[in-house]
Design a protein around this ligand. Structure first.
Ligand SMILES: [Fe+2]
Ligand SMILES: [Fe+2]
Length: 358
């Protein structure tokens, strides 16, 4: 695959700047916590539940991360980890049953909860109370006994498992991101042109992925793979990588190894195995005549097919030492000519829609 030079004629709208799955305010998946709060109300037969979580970004703060039946101004509010009864439970004070929910949630202000009995149970994982589950009922006569506390403690155990998993996933994403950034920096040092080209591919591929309504996790994988699709070129000798003129057969064979070499490097990094597969197949062709494995059609991973078209378009619309950049219209025509042979026709249509709409 040819590589671009500095000038880039097409810059698709930059919809995202950093690879990340949108976090909840607390740093945990919002959906997980909302489901938990709903589940508490359903299972314990109460109207109100609120989950307070230590803020991942600020260990001194706790946040009312999710709730059911709570006023909007309470949800998302932060206060100190040592404050109020929530602070007591967070510091290991155990479960609490109180006469007044509004006192339990202090320093947050929720007057409507005044005089309603409530319970709070700790949610513990990794040997630390990381969150507090609270519940109360809108009926003022509802009280909570040992059975209620036991039921909520069981729900808290389920919540702990879900939050631990969510935390593991976030940590894995952060680790993967750190590896991707380090490898991209190494590539940039070795070959600035390839690094710049990769950024063009990332921008276009993400627009295409979003147009195709890929899920956040698939978009993240696409972003990592697009950024590192040519990382195997780090292993290509300088004499070949930086050769100013056309390559001979032997040199071209060496260059062709870059997709498999890149995949080998990435496969050894925890969490990046799926990205490795995408990178391995980014030079496969729709008609099965590509490399390294001659995969055909839908057997080529979707992300590889997206990167393949974006790669070609980005290369054509950038200046090369031996030719100027093509116009977006000419590059799109070239891509369209490869539809059904080199490229997946569905991806060609998506790329055309992005480029023509830019
Ligand atoms: Fe490549
Ligand atoms: Fe490339």
């Amino acid at each position: 695959m040819t590589e671009p030079q500095q000038q880039r004629r097409f810059a698709p709208p930059q919809t995202r700047t950093l690879p990340s799955i949108p976090p909840a305010e607390s740093g945990y998946g919002a959906l997980v916590l909302e489901r938990l709060a709903r589940q508490v109300c359903r299972t314990a037969g109460v109207d109100w539940s609120c989950i307070f979580v230590r803020d991942r970004q600020d260990p001194r703060a706790v946040i009312a991360a999710a709730g059911q039946g709570m006023p909007w101004e309470v949800l998302g509010a932060r206060f100190g980890v040592d404050e109020g009864m929530i602070g007591e439970v967070l510091s290991g004070g155990g479960p609490l049953a109180v006469e007044d929910y509004s006192e339990l949630v202090r320093p947050l202000v929720w007057e409507e909860a005044r005089g309603h009995s409530a319970v709070a149970v700790p949610i513990t994982w990794n040997r630390q109370v990381g969150a507090v589950l609270t519940a109360a009922d809108a009926a003022p006569q509802r009280t909570f006994g040992p059975d209620d506390l036991m039921l909520l403690a069981e729900l808290a155990e389920l919540a702990a498992a879900a939050l631990e998993q969510s935390e593991d996933r976030l940590q894995m994403n952060e680790l993967m991101q750190a590896h991707v950034v380090a490898l991209a920096a190494a590539m940039d040092m070795r070959d600035r042109r390839t690094a710049r080209h990769s950024e063009d591919v990332v921008r276009l591929a993400l627009c295409v992925g979003e147009l195709m309504h890929l899920e956040p996790a698939s978009l993240l994988e696409l972003e990592f793979a697009a950024r590192l699709h040519d990382v195997g070129k780090i292993r290509v000798p300088d004499a070949v990588l930086h050769k100013p003129g056309p390559l001979n057969h032997t040199e071209y064979d060496i260059i062709r190894c870059h997709s498999a070499w890149g995949a080998e490097t990435l496969a050894s990094i925890p969490g990046l195995q799926a990205v490795a597969a995408v990178v391995r197949f980014h030079h496969e062709r729709w008609d099965g005549t590509g490399y390294p494995d001659g995969l055909r059609g839908a057997r080529i991973p979707l992300a590889s097919r997206i990167i393949c078209v974006c790669d070609a378009y980005a290369a054509m619309t950038a200046d090369r030492p031996y030719r100027p950049a093509m116009s977006p219209e000419d590059a799109l025509n070239e891509v369209r000519q490869g539809s059904g042979t080199q490229f997946d026709p569905m991806i060609v249509s998506a790329v055309a829609e992005v480029v023509e709409g830019a």
